[in-house]
Ligand binder design. Structure first.
Ligand code: CP
Ligand code: NVA
Length: 330
């Protein structure tokens, strides 16, 4: 046991024990301070990390690239149309090639089995940069951000509203169980996490003392909350489900009234981003024209308010991914 993460792959939040999670969060804080003081050292000099992306990314890609650069490692971006992966070359063969050339592989894509296959055959650490099921590196930044505001994660009250069966709903539920949070989900019955994910989180919660509640009521979820979290209503690859999701999820939009219902004047607003909060994007304009909504999962008022810590979360992607690289590779 112990806290030796060297050589480990991180495919889902449950791949870290509660102690390992704490360790990564502490190391992330330390790297953030070292960077601010101009004291980061190239401790990963000579290492190379493959960044394999089948879906778009701003934060995850840039956080891996910048963390590698700052720590002395070489990041190599491999877009889905630029290599043979999945077309002429199988996951298994690609894994065996990349594993001989790189010290670690980050993968973002659709099927979770793909990242599992890479991890099985590459022989080097593989990090899941998001699949349809899990987004483990995101929740590290979320917990780091929440902890920096509330002091301790133990029984910190986090409410998650919206599509709770996507990669973020799943990941937050399990990470909340690991970290000992008081975590409440409010989502329509059709968009709750699967029984398997809920059961796995409950097993962890029984060990850590986390409190978990999964239901449909926004009011119950947000009462007394320290932070309210939401994510997009259609994840990457689900764009065709937009009207169905809007019909289900309208009552779950994070508005100023929802923040007020927490009863906490300093409640935080959290989002992994990108967020549909106005009509300055193509999707935002479509939403306004077709559905008469200004923003989807969150209003612009909340997104831009003093409650919002979304850009701290985005920045903390860098420090947490740096911590993951250092602890698994250095
Ligand atoms: N939050 C997140 O994963 O952002 P990107 O899709 O931009 O990487
Ligand atoms: N659930 C979102 C998360 C984006 C970071 C998606 O998969 O598109």
């Amino acid at each position: 046991m112990g806290l030796n993460l060297h050589g480990r792959s991180i495919l889902e939040p449950a791949d870290l024990s509660p102690e390992e999670l704490d360790y990564i969060l502490d190391l992330s804080d330390e790297l953030k301070l070292l960077k601010a003081a101009g004291n980061l050292r190239p401790i990963l000099r000579g290492k190379s990390v493959a960044l394999l992306f089948e879906k778009p990314s701003t934060r995850t890609r840039c956080a891996f690239a910048v963390a590698c650069a700052e720590l002395g490692a070489h990041p190599e971006f491999l877009g889905k149309d630029e290599i043979h992966f999945g077309k002429k070359e199988s996951v298994r063969d690609t894994a065996r090639v990349l594993g001989r050339l790189f010290d670690a592989i980050e993968y973002r894509g659709f099927d979770h089995a793909t990242v599992q296959g890479l991890a099985r055959d590459a022989g080097v650490p593989v990090y899941n940069g998001l699949t349809d099921l899990w987004h483990p590196t995101q929740v590290l930044a979320d917990l780091m951000t929440l902890r920096s505001h509330v002091g301790s994660l133990r029984h910190a009250r986090l409410a998650y509203l919206g599509d709770a069966r996507n990669n973020m709903g799943n990941s937050l539920l399990v990470a909340a169980a690991q970290a000992g949070l008081d975590f409440r989900i409010a989502a329509p019955a059709d968009l709750l996490p699967s029984q398997d994910v809920v059961r796995a989180a409950e097993v962890l919660a029984a060990q850590t003392g986390a409190r978990l509640s999964v239901g449909e009521s926004v009011r119950e979820a947000v009462r007394g909350a320290d932070a309210i979290y939401t994510d997009v209503w259609t994840s990457m690859g689900e764009e065709a489900k937009l009207s169905e999701r809007i019909a289900l999820l309208r009552p779950y939009q994070v508005t100023a009234d929802v923040l007020a219902a927490s009863g906490n004047p300093d409640v935080l607003f959290m989002h992994c981003l990108p967020a549909i909060h106005d009509s300055r994007t193509a999707l935002g304009r479509e939403v306004r024209e077709k559905y008469g909504m200004e923003g989807l999962e969150v209003t612009d008022e909340v997104f831009e308010s003093r409650h919002s810590v979304v850009f701290e979360q985005a920045e903390n992607r860098l420090h947490t991914i740096g911590a993951l690289l250092v602890s698994t590779l250095a």
